[in-house]
Design a protein around this ligand. Structure first.
Ligand code: NI
Length: 214
């Protein structure tokens, strides 16, 4: 056995030790990282594998303030798109989220989440009409609408569809997606709730999301 052979064996041993230590450190760091950002155990929310940016938009709130993409930051936001003349889907949804918000209020968490109703019927949904409509369900719900161009851009970015459909009386109705989008406190699209909205499960998930982002 010559000296070079021994040196080769020693460096191979060291290499294995260094690799094992690096692997252990990597696993430890990975577990630390995972424990810092736990993925909550959700009952009904459908979350994206990674949160997606929301492009900028400009809407008008029913109270006269403007509402842009940056205003989504700071809280979890549930966005539902609809219109106040909607005969069934919108009233059912808002009634469900009224119950959800009552459950969040019981836990003192209503400052950590916001419900945003966006009308896709800016022609009929005046600020007064919108404000009255959402306040009927919850006075803290935020309502907004915008130009058709802004609404089209935003709904397309969020994967929401809506379509004006003529009715028999010469007026129109609007077919629209029935899912509620979940926006995280960084203002990114994080997932969605799909109907039917079961208030216990939806509120439990919103509470879990709030806890996960503390
Ligand atoms: Ni509707």
């Amino acid at each position: 056995m010559n000296i070079n052979h021994v040196r080769g064996r020693i460096s191979a041993t060291w290499l294995i030790i260094v690799a094992a230590v690096a692997l252990a450190l990597g696993l430890w760091a990975g577990s630390q990282w995972l424990s810092r950002s736990p993925v909550p155990d959700l009952k009904t929310a459908v979350m994206y594998p990674a949160a997606l940016a929301v492009p900028d938009f400009q809407l008008q709130r029913a109270d006269g303030k403007s509402f842009a993409a940056t205003d989504l930051r700071g809280q979890w936001t549930i966005i539902f798109f609809g219109f106040t003349h909607c005969p069934d889907v919108c009233p059912t949804t808002l009634a469900a989220f009224k119950q959800v918000w009552a459950k969040l209020a019981e836990r003192g968490k209503t400052d950590k989440a916001r419900f945003l109703f966006i009308s896709v019927d800016p022609e009929r949904d005046t600020p007064e009409q919108l404000a009255r409509y959402v306040a009927f369900f919850n006075k803290d719900f935020v309502a907004a609408t915008g130009t058709n161009a802004e609404l089209t851009r935003l709904t397309r970015a969020l994967g929401i569809l809506y379509l004006r459909v003529p009715d028999q009386s010469g007026g129109y109705s609007i077919d629209h997606s029935a899912s509620a989008m979940i926006i995280d406190p960084e203002g990114r699209r994080a997932g969605m709730f799909r109907p039917p909205f079961e208030p216990d499960a939806v509120s439990a998930d919103i509470l879990a999301l709030i806890d996960s982002s503390r």
